[in-house]
Design a protein around this ligand. Sequence first.
Ligand code: DAH
Length: 340
Amino acid sequence: MLTEKIESLLGEVAGLQAADEKELESLRLKYLSKKGIVNELMGEFRNVAPEQKREIGMKLNTLKTALQDKFNELKQAVAVKEDDHASLDLTRTPYPTPLGTRHPLSIVKNEIIDIFSRLGFSMADGPEVEDDWHVFSSMNFAEDHPARDMQDTFFVEQHPDIVLRTHTSSVQSRVMEHAEPPIRVICPGRVYRNEAISARAHCFFHQVEGLYIDKDVSFTDLKQVLLTFAREMFGADTKIRLRPSYFPFTEPSAEMDISCNICGGKGCSFCKHTGWVEILGCGMVDPNVLDANGIDSKVYKGYAFGMGVERITNLKYQVKDLRLFSENDVRFLDEFMAAN
Ligand code: DAH
């Protein structure tokens, strides 16, 4: 009888719990106080037959120690908890939580998106691992165009037709395939070129492509949109100039310079004392590109432009070394806290 009682109590010990001082005290009263269970069992123990005294006495002692240990353990846990409450001052001002900053390239990319979305452009996206057709062929690159060369382009091993896109112009082709004009999109994204990494070149960088296709689109429209963009981005006094250039996918093509926003056009080392800095390429979409992508060039016309996000960021923040953009050095990133 007594043995069974002791054993069943031993089984209970591990599961005993006390959330606070009050519960702890009722445990003590129940098990360990003068009128508690242990003392009660001691009373019963006096009547145990002498030959059983040794065995049952040992069991009783084990129970007593186990209960005492458990009680001490719970007492300590409750004390720690109470202490926590005491030091919790709800009126105290919170610790300053260090916030991260947006990456400078994201800040500038978002600003570009923002400006063009106010001008009615929506966003389009395409894959970074792309096929030759979308990167080159559909963009009117001749079979032997040097941009297809291994020195510029990363190819996917054993798939000569699959490349890491070298420009976001590939998204133009993706959009034209599926959309009906009027089309007015910008396509931000990462591009890759096989360049040795230095302060001025990297094997990946970012571009924003723009494309507008409709029935009556002219070079004047292009110029006005780019002027608006330049002024929104670099300030209302910014001037632009367009120089004739060549791209396979536009005809005519141009490169656009803005008046150097560092010296205000007077001439400095950044603009090589010319007062102008180049920021993008643009032009009227070559009819071959429209036709290759399923848009009737007899009905529709378009303009396109493409700019480097790093370039614009350098101009805005004068970052002199491109490598800083991908090194994740928090000392550099923290400098953009205010621009977030
Ligand atoms: N794809 C060109 C490059 O990577 C940039 C560019 C130039 C895009 C002219 C255009 C454009 O859409 O019309 O250098």
